[in-house]
Design a protein around this ligand. Structure first.
Ligand code: ASP
Length: 353
C-alpha cells in the first residue's frame, strides 16, 4: 500500500464502529487479494465441525498458498541475502494458548507449523533453522521459497547499491552502498543519539494477513502470517509471531489483528492494548484508534493498521501512514465486504490546518 493511497484516504469520512453481521464471523487485515482468505475461512465455518482455530488456519494458509499481494508465504519480502523467511502465529481465545514460528526457513506452511507448536508442545514460539527441523520432523516438506521473479528483483536491488535497506550508523554509508557493514561509534549521552537510533519511516513494501474468527458457538481464535519486511537484515523477526502484537484474542472480550512496521509496532503490543481497551468498555473503533495513537506519540512517521472485533462481531479499525483496509464476512452475508480506514495521522494534519 502506498503513501499516495494514504492521501486518498483524507477524503474518506471516519467510519463508526460497525455493527455485527452475525456469527460465524471472519475479519482480517486488508481487502483486495486478501479477501480470498476471508471467504475461505468464512466458508470453512459453514461446517459446524470446523473450529475457530481451523478457520484461522484455513484463511492464513490461503494467503500462504496464493501469496495474496506477495507479502505472505513463499516468494516475497526477500532479505538482504534474497531469502524469504516466514513468521506466523495462531492463538486460541479460550485457553489463551498461542503457537508461533519466527524466521521459518524452507517451509511454506508457516501457520500450520505454528498450529503444531500450539497443539503438540507446551511452548509458544520456535525460531529459525530449528523451527524448520521441528516442521520436518512433523512431516512438513522442505521447499525453496525463492521464485525466479524474486531472484531477478534481488539482482536489481544489488545493482542499485542495495537501496533501500534497514541499516543505520554503519560504514560504508548504507544510503549509497551495499555491505558488509561495520557499526560506527555512538555516544549514548549525546543529544544526537536518539535521532541516530530512530529508523527511517517505512521504506519498503510490506503487508501481512492477520485474522480473527468467531465460531457460531462464540468461540474465538486469531492468527497472523507474513513474510515480513523486504530487504530486512537476515535474521530479522517482525511483529507477526509475537502474541499481542501480530494478533491477539481473548474469547471473553474480543480479538485484534495487525499489519505495518513491525519493528516499531511490537514495542507497543498494539493488539494486546486494543483488546484490553475493549475490556475497559471502548468500542472496537475507539480501542483500535487508542492503540495506534500510543504508537504515533513516539513514532508518527510509520505505517500501521489494526482491526479490532468484539466477541459479538462488532468491528472497527485504525491506521496511520497509509489507507489501511480490512475485510469481513459474517452471519448470512453472501460476499466479503472491505472497509477503508482513513489514516489517523493525515486526519490529524487536516484538522490542525
Ligand atoms: N508487520 C509485518 C512485519 O513487520 C509487515 C506488515 O504487516 O506490513 O513483519
Amino acid at each position: 500500500m502506498t503513501r499516495t493511497a494514504a492521501i486518498a484516504g483524507l477524503l474518506a469520512l471516519s467510519l463508526p464502529a460497525q455493527a455485527s453481521s452475525g456469527l460465524p464471523f471472519i475479519i482480517n487485515t486488508w481487502g483486495g487479494p486478501f479477501t480470498a482468505a476471508t471467504d475461505a475461512a468464512y466458508l470453512s465455518l459453514q461446517n459446524p465441525a470446523t473450529s475457530a482455530l481451523d478457520a484461522v488456519q484455513v484463511g492464513c494458509s490461503t494467503c500462504e498458498r496464493n501469496q495474496c499481494d506477495g507479502s505472505v508465504g513463499f516468494g516475497g519480502s526477500p532479505d538482504e541475502n534474497c531469502e524469504t523467511t516466514l513468521d506466523a502465529m495462531i492463538m486460541d481465545g479460550t485457553t489463551m494458548k498461542s503457537g508461533a514460528v519466527a524466521g521459518l526457513r524452507r517451509i511454506k506452511d508457516a501457520i500450520a507449523v505454528a498450529r503444531y507448536v500450539l497443539e503438540y508442545t507446551t511452548h509458544t514460539l520456535l525460531a529459525g533453522d530449528l523451527a524448520t527441523q521441528f516442521a520436518v520432523s512433523n512431516g512438513f516438506p522442505l521447499s525453496n521459497l525463492t521464485t525466479a521473479e524474486q531472484a531477478a528483483r534481488c539482482t536489481a536491488w544489488r545493482e542499485d547499491n542495495c537501496q533501500p535497506n534497514y541499516r543505520i550508523n554503519v560504514t560504508p554509508d548504507p544510503k549509497s552502498s551495499c555491505g558488509p557493514y561495520t557499526g560506527t561509534a555512538l555516544n549514548s549521552t549525546s543529544p544526537a543519539y536518539k535521532r541516530a537510533i530512530t529508523p527511517d519511516a517505512s521504506q519498503t513494501s510490506h503487508d501481512t494477513i492477520s485474522m480473527i474468527a468467531i465460531h457460531a458457538s462464540g468461540i474465538m481464535a486469531a492468527g497472523t502470517s507474513t513474510n515480513g519486511a523486504t530487504w530486512k537484515v537476515p535474521g530479522r523477526v517482525g511483529d507477526g509471531p509475537i502474541t499481542g502484537s501480530g494478533s491477539y484474542v481473548d474469547g471473553d472480550i474480543g480479538g485484534c489483528g495487525a499489519t505495518g512496521d513491525g519493528d516499531i509496532m511490537m514495542r507497543f503490543l498494539p493488539c494486546y492494548q486494543a483488546v484490553e481497551n475493549l475490556r475497559q468498555g471502548m468500542s472496537p473503533k475507539l480501542a483500535a484508534e487508542d492503540a495506534v495513537k500510543r504508537i504515533l506519540r513516539k513514532y508518527p512517521e510509520g505505517s500501521y493498521g489494526i482491526v479490532v472485533v468484539d466477541k459479538y462481531g462488532e468491528h472497527g479499525g485504525a491506521g496511520s501512514g497509509w489507507t489501511f483496509t480490512y475485510a469481513f464476512r459474517g452471519g448470512s452475508m453472501n460476499a466479503t465486504e472491505v472497509v477503508s480506514v482513513p489514516p489517523l495521522n493525515e486526519t490529524r494534519l487536516v484538522m490542525q490546518a
